[in-house]
Design a protein around this ligand. Structure first.
Ligand code: KIV
Length: 281
């Protein structure tokens, strides 16, 4: 059993101070967490992308705190060495600090070491309340999928100088409020570099270029497990969707032809019991 990565260790991983870039991947269940952990990733994000890649919803808005608790507990049962971060779903941290702390506490009790929430300066009071309750918070700026309607779809953000300055201000506000790291999603690479240079906490990019202090991708995207979307920021490291369909097809063919199961894949009675039943064995 190795050493579990901690929030302060991740919060200290700034590339400009000589740290290696952080590697984060989403995980939604125990087998996925085990595989990602065996690959040596630094952090597992129980993302609310769960809604889209596992539960079949068109966006992340349908996922509930109950859903997130269920999947966070599954990831935690894998006992990963990677840091486990769980997303606070939409509307679980918008209403009051009390509700926010209560919802985040459920994710921590399910096994997360930190929570992630989306949004900038408007979220500062909730981040401060969480940090005061000893709940570490990862921020998330730029293309924030819970704002799909407000942002008019899943669109790259901060494409103007004015919006870029606002993004930098939001990052500073999140850092000041106590976030230990900030995800930057769907922003021009130059803007992500500006934020990364400005804040002293690590930035973790997704569709945000190479200058961030780390990168995160969705498990199903990088493994080629889903085919409906091909965003340019995803590099597919495997084609497990095609491999899975081919394997299941071979299984179906073997069942239909009678080739599966073989005698070696079946159990047998001992000779005496078989004889008592009038069977060959
Ligand atoms: O839910 C998620 O998977 C995320 C990542 C895209 C950062 O928030």
């Amino acid at each position: 059993m190795g050493t579990r990565l901690t929030v302060p260790a991740v919060g200290a991983r700034k590339v400009r101070h000589g740290a290696a870039p952080l590697v984060m991947v989403t995980a939604y269940d125990a087998p996925g967490a085990r595989l990602a952990d065996a690959a040596g990733v630094d952090a597992l994000l129980v993302g609310d992308s769960l809604a889209m890649v596992v539960l079949g919803h068109p966006d992340t808005l349908s996922v509930t705190v109950d859903d997130m608790v269920h999947h966070t507990a599954a990831v935690a049962r894998a006992e990963p060495e990677a840091l486990v971060v769980a997303d606070l779903p939409w509307l679980s941290y918008h209403i009051s600090p009390q509700e926010t702390i209560g919802n985040a506490a459920r994710l921590i009790r399910a096994g997360a070491q930190a929570v992630k929430l989306e949004g900038g300066t408007a979220r500062v009071p909730m981040v401060e309340a969480l940090v005061a309750a000893e709940i570490p918070v990862m921020g998330h700026l730029g293309l924030t999928p819970q704002s799909v309607h407000a942002q008019g779809g899943f669109r790259v953000q901060a494409r103007t100088a004015e919006a870029a300055v606002q993004l930098v201000e939001s990052a500073k506000a999140l850092e000041h409020a106590g976030c230990f790291a900030i995800v930057l999603e769907g922003v021009p690479a130059g803007v992500a570099a500006l934020v990364t240079d400005t804040v002293s906490v690590p930035t973790i990019g997704i569709g945000a270029g190479a200058s961030c202090d780390g990168q995160v991708l969705v498990y199903h995207d990088l493994l080629g497990l889903q085919d409906d979307l091909h965003p340019r920021f995803v590099r597919r490291y495997a084609e497990l969707g095609a491999a899975t369909v081919a394997a299941l097809g071979r299984f179906a063919a073997d069942v239909r032809s009678g080739d599966f199961p073989s005698a070696e894949e079946s159990y047998s009675l001992n000779a005496q019991e078989a004889a008592a039943l009038g069977l060959d064995g």
